[in-house]
Ligand binder design. Sequence first.
Ligand SMILES: Nc1ncnc2c1ncn2[C@@H]1O[C@H](COP(=O)(O)OP(=O)(O)O)[C@@H](O)[C@H]1O
Ligand SMILES: [Mg+2]
Length: 272
Amino acid sequence: MQVVSISSLKGGVGKTSVTTGLASAALAAGIPTLVVDLDPHADATTALGVQAGEQLDIGRMLKNPRKARLLDNVVSSGWVEQARRHGGGTALDVAVGSAYTGIYDRPDLGRRDLRRLTSVLAAAEKYELVLVDCPPSLNGLTRMAWSASDRVVLVAEPGLFSVAGTERTMRAIQLFRQEFAPQLAPAGIVANRVRPASSEHTFRLAEMESMFGELLLAPHIPEQANWQQIQGAAHAVHHWPGDSAKNTAKLFDTLLENMLSSQNGTRERRQR
Ligand SMILES: Nc1ncnc2c1ncn2[C@@H]1O[C@H](COP(=O)(O)OP(=O)(O)O)[C@@H](O)[C@H]1O
Ligand SMILES: [Mg+2]
């Protein structure tokens, strides 16, 4: 099992979109995957087409991690049914998001609270991949996600503030590793909403390449005109008709492959 957090300092850069794009690629590749929706806005839960039932949401599981019974409380993504119709897919489960997680999104979360997600995920061994969609801040919830993770993926748009914000977030991760999470590999960075025709984007991407080197993951994800439509329909990009969705699906396939095979990502799961 490998736990990957998808984080950024701010909202709207594409954390949920990258999480769901990677989840779609994992489903297509037959990798048993769990998405943990740690953002109180619960956008990933919506995009993954989850029909919530009696299950506990992730906020309630975190409240009492030892009684969380994760495997009884995850919900299958609506994408699995779509995948069956396309003749593929195995398991894509969701630990459902809720506003309730907000109680942990404080800047001063203590060491014990930081380990709540780690405890909940102790029961997640059957998944090969766990993707944690983080809220848009570096407060308690994101730090709780980092504590439970092997790897952080930062999402950034190629703009001035975004590049500066990514550098600050990298420093925050370094400090966090030293103090709380020695197992955490350095973050990889996904450039999202890239417009290849924009000279500003080309300039910022070159800047990011020189600043972050190999940590800037390939490929970049372009701005996709119908992305909101796909998300609004609660569809996996792999199941959406048309060439542009197919191209984006392929990019997420390669991104997932590169992410999982990159030097820091292949380390054996640590002992819990
Ligand atoms: N590559 C993309 N192309 C087009 N729209 C995108 C892309 N990535 C994200 N968006 C849109 O930008 C908005 C914010 O993305 P989202 O994934 O919700 O960001 P975050 O989770 O970081 O807040 C959403 O409306 C989403 O549909
Ligand atoms: Mg989000």
